[in-house]
Design a protein around this ligand. Structure first.
Ligand SMILES: [Mg+2]
Length: 334
């Protein structure tokens, strides 16, 4: 679907245009898309990909790294090691997963809490004991909980020194979520499914998050992430960008987030290394490029990381498996 959006809708604003002003191209495309396919969700991801390609082209034409063209600092960005569901193993399994990045000086990690959340809390307690107090721990709820359950979980998180609770519940229950944000002693984080600076302004106006997690490959692009970072400074909100997909998406986020005023840590997938060889320049964002827990944006030109021509053969699109049941929202008591 995303490829049809690019070739049939967005391409008409790109082909034949001067790529040295990506913002102007994206602005025109958005005006046209707004009353047709919209500018959020899949469209936002497709636009983000095109926008990243434009900054890459602009950087190559200027023989400069993208962060320079974006007005970002180019300094190293501290990262956190993104991990697995707590139910996937005992504490040692999680710590082993984080080990390569801990060995590179990373001092923050993230795990995921799921359906068997009471057992997960016991595992989390073991992870905390194994890592010690100097390593920050974040937990992702993947929108699985009601606000009432999320608050009970957040109370335990506060005891375990959890740094933020990511996407505890769906954002459609705005009143419930606002109550959770007010009551939770642990900051609540949202952003990987928030689109554009307008989406983050709504989050701020409704006080629905204390930590923002925009992703340059999702939120509308690298420029959009810069605008969101400026808003985060204005509103006094901590920025902890999301990234999950590829070395290219990570590199784009590094360029855009570098030096952002309220930046804390950028997500770094513990599984990224296996994909680096499918990207020219991928080693610039591999585990070995993490120094003292931080990673520099590639020096370019452009983004400095690009997919090899055979990437579609290496990673062909696969139709997702059939849906067997709708995901529930987990209730319960401790
Ligand atoms: Mg997440």
């Amino acid at each position: 679907m995303a490829d049809a959006l690019v070739t049939e809708a967005i391409a008409r604003f790109v082909v034949g245009q001067d790529p040295r002003d990506p913002d102007a191209i994206v602005r025109r495309a958005k005006v046209w898309l707004r009353r047709r396919q919209g500018t959020t969700w899949l469209v936002s991801q497709a636009l983000s990909g095109v926008e990243m390609a434009l900054w890459d082209a602009a950087g190559k034409l200027a023989d400069r790294p993208a962060y320079e063209l974006l007005g970002a600092s180019g300094e190293a960005v501290p990262v956190y090691a993104s991990g697995n569901f707590l139910g996937q193993g005992d504490p040692a399994v999680h710590v082993d997963h984080f080990r390569p990045l801990l060995d590179r000086g990373v001092r923050a990690v993230k795990v995921r809490i799921g359906a068997r959340w009471e057992e997960d809390l016991a595992t989390l307690s073991g992870v905390r004991a194994a890592l010690g107090p100097a390593t920050a721990i974040f937990v992702d709820g993947n929108e699985a909980f009601t606000p009432a359950t999320a608050l009970r979980i957040a109370e335990r998180f506060a005891e375990l020194g959890v740094g933020f609770f990511e996407e505890p519940c769906p954002r459609d229950d705005r009143a419930g979520l606002a109550g959770l944000v007010r009551s939770s002693k642990v900051p609540i984080a949202y952003g990987e499914h928030v689109f554009g600076v307008a989406g983050f302004r709504e989050l701020a106006d409704d006080a629905l998050a204390g930590v923002w997690q925009p992703d340059a490959a999702v939120c509308g692009g690298m420029s959009e992430l810069r605008r969101i970072a400026a808003l985060a400074r204005e509103r006094g909100v901590t920025l902890s960008p999301h990234t999950a997909a590829t070395p290219l998406a990570l590199a784009a986020n590094l360029h855009a987030a570098s030096g952002a005023p309220t930046l804390s840590v950028l997500e770094y997938s513990g599984r990224l290394d296996v994909f680096c060889e499918a990207f020219r320049g991928g080693e610039a964002v591999g585990t070995d490029a993490v120094i003292d827990g931080a990673i520099r944006p590639p020096r370019g030109p452009g983004i400095g990381v690009e997919p090899l021509p055979d990437i579609a053969e290496r990673y062909p699109y696969r139709v997702p498996p059939p849906i067997v049941s709708d995901p529930p929202l987990y209730q319960g008591s401790l």
